[in-house]
Design a protein around this ligand. Structure first.
Ligand SMILES: C[S@@+](CC[C@H](N)C(=O)[O-])C[C@H]1O[C@@H](n2cnc3c(N)ncnc32)[C@H](O)[C@@H]1O
Length: 175
């Protein structure tokens, strides 16, 4: 979200964790439990990783994070996230097909300029996807439809997490 040449998330970066970490940790914990992720040796891309709160839950996993807030990325780097300053509207991302074991995007999908394109990009990078959608976003139905379309060859579920709705893939349907 760019406003008058400054980044909103840069401005609130000092208080981001204080304001949001408790809520965000619950979401990452839910994802970890649903995918039953126990191994350390997995590679996860966290799209719009913010300050790297993911690391509070996935302590030993290999976390790559992209975001377009430099100040939040500095915090993520301190948490040992492998960070890349990147605008997720620029597709394709600089990663190979199915490079990741998992791709997550937590409370950021509503910032996309093209939901379907971004959802398809997640599918290019992994089969195991978790996207936590902000329920109060005016475009929530459009976001859900884009995910359903991009993952029409998958079994998937939506879970009500209170503030968010979590989209999560189960498996690719064999033809
Ligand atoms: C509510 S925060 C969520 C951060 C993190 N996923 C978490 O759960 O703590 C939304 C994030 O989206 C990022 N963001 C917004 N627009 C973006 C864009 N176009 N490209 C990359 N990141 C973006 C912001 O910088 C911010 O870190």
């Amino acid at each position: 979200m760019e406003k008058n040449n400054f980044n909103y998330y840069d401005v609130i970066s000092e208080n981001y964790d204080e304001l949001h970490s408790e809520e965000q940790i619950k979401k990452y914990n839910f994802i970890k439990q649903k995918f039953n992720i126990k191994d350390d040796d997995v590679k996860i891309l966290d799209v719009a990783c913010g300050s790297g709160i993911i690391k509070e839950v996935f302590k030993n996993q290999n976390i790559f994070g992209i975001d377009n807030s430099k100040k939040l990325l500095e915090k993520a780097k301190k948490r040992n996230v492998k960070t890349l300053y990147y605008d997720f509207n620029i597709i394709p991302f600089p990663f190979k097909d199915k490079e990741f074991d998992y791709v997550f995007c937590v409370t950021a999908f509503h910032h996309s300029k093209n939901f379907l394109l971004l959802a398809k990009e997640f599918e290019r990078l992994s089969d195991k996807i978790a996207v936590s959608l902000l329920k109060k976003s005016p475009s929530i139905e459009e976001q859900k439809e884009a995910l359903k379309e991009a993952f029409k060859n998958y079994n998937y579920s939506f879970y009500d997490l209170g503030i968010d709705i979590l989209f999560i893939t189960e498996n690719k349907i064999k033809k």
